[in-house]
Design a protein around this ligand. Structure first.
Ligand code: NAP
Ligand code: GCO
Length: 264
């Protein structure tokens, strides 16, 4: 059984993986035997990421690349293929969120979230698919969200993007399944990373942030997730153990989607 979860001999590209969820997924892949390649938006972040991987004894390869820039992504993938090898596993992790009431959100902010959270996974997937097809196998894992299924005030752009990413996942599965390429999603619940730090800030009176308390009440596990909680599901979807799983969004949410919420 252990072998079917092994990533030995595989090359994994995780976008936006200098820290946060992407970093933990890449770390799990390295521990499962994969060679790690990641990108981030600045050299400073890539250097910080390389140091962080090194601290865990992982020799990662980092590239500065904005995932929304198709030309830059195409040349980064060509460079990776030349320097390291063909990408077997792609995790479209890079993402941002803008929290604002819809009526206060300028259209260009909405577009920026869609660009990074939805257009970029299309761009990066398109860059890696041709070589995966030539090689006869591949894994694409898109990092979706609770907002792939649910709406909430102030996250209109993010929910639209993550809902679209769910359907892009199903479409890549449909279009490339016959080439032995599996495309699935991971839908994390509320995870403690820099992206959600504003929702967990301790209040002036020392109490927990109201949203923090809300999430605890909405989560059967009665806790925020940690990036490490995503490691096992991510390894499963990148490994031979999931070769007949395609177009599936695996929610790793402590039970939020199954639960009406704790009665007041
Ligand atoms: P994070 O801490 O904000 O990390 C996001 C990463 O993506 C950062 O390294 C960021 O770099 C990078 N990035 C942003 N825009 C980029 C671009 N244009 N090109 C390249 N890299 C870019 O977020 P996270 O919490 O780890 O989330 C990672 C993914 O999980 C995101 O897709 C997020 O939507 C999703 N997710 C998060 C949660 C959660 O509760 N945290 C739950 C569900 C889904 P910079 O620092 O330069 O921006
Ligand atoms: C928010 C949070 C969420 C999480 C995640 C939940 O403001 O509601 O940032 O969107 O990031 O996507 O799955």
């Amino acid at each position: 059984m252990e072998n079917i979860f092994s990533l030995k001999g595989k090359i994994a590209l995780v976008t936006g993986a200098s820290y946060g969820i992407g970093f933990e997924i890449a770390k799990a892949y390295a521990n499962a035997g994969a060679a790690i390649v990641f990108n981030d938006i600045s050299q400073d972040l890539v250097d910080k990421g390389l140091e962080a991987y090194h601290a865990y004894g992982i020799k990662a390869n980092g590239y500065v690349c904005d995932v929304t820039d198709e030309t830059a992504i195409q040349s980064m993938v060509a460079q990776i293929e030349k320097e390291i090898g063909i990408i077997d596993i792609l995790v479209n992790n890079a993402g941002i969120i803008k929290r604002s009431p819809m009526l206060d959100m300028p259209a260009d902010e909405f577009r920026k979230v869609i660009d990074i959270d939805l257009n970029a996974p299309f761009i990066v997937s398109k860059a890696v698919l041709p070589s995966m097809m030539k090689k006869g196998h591949g894994k694409i894992i898109n990092i979706c969200s609770m907002m792939s299924e649910l709406g909430r005030e102030t996250v209109s752009a993010y929910a639209a993007a993550k809902g679209g990413l769910k359907m892009l996942t199903k479409n890549i599965a449909a279009e490339f399944g016959s080439a032995n390429i599996q495309c699935n999603g991971i839908g994390p619940g509320y995870i403690a990373t820099p992206q959600t730090a504003p929702l967990r800030e301790i209040q002036a009176d020392g109490s927990r942030h109201p949203f923090d308390q809300f999430i605890i009440a909405k989560t059967p596990a009665a806790r925020w997730g940690n990036p490490e909680d995503l490691a096992g599901p991510a390894v499963f979807l990148a490994s031979d153990a999931s070769n007949f799983v395609n177009g599936h969004i695996l929610y790793v949410d402590g039970g939020i989607l199954a639960y009406i919420g704790k009665q007041p």
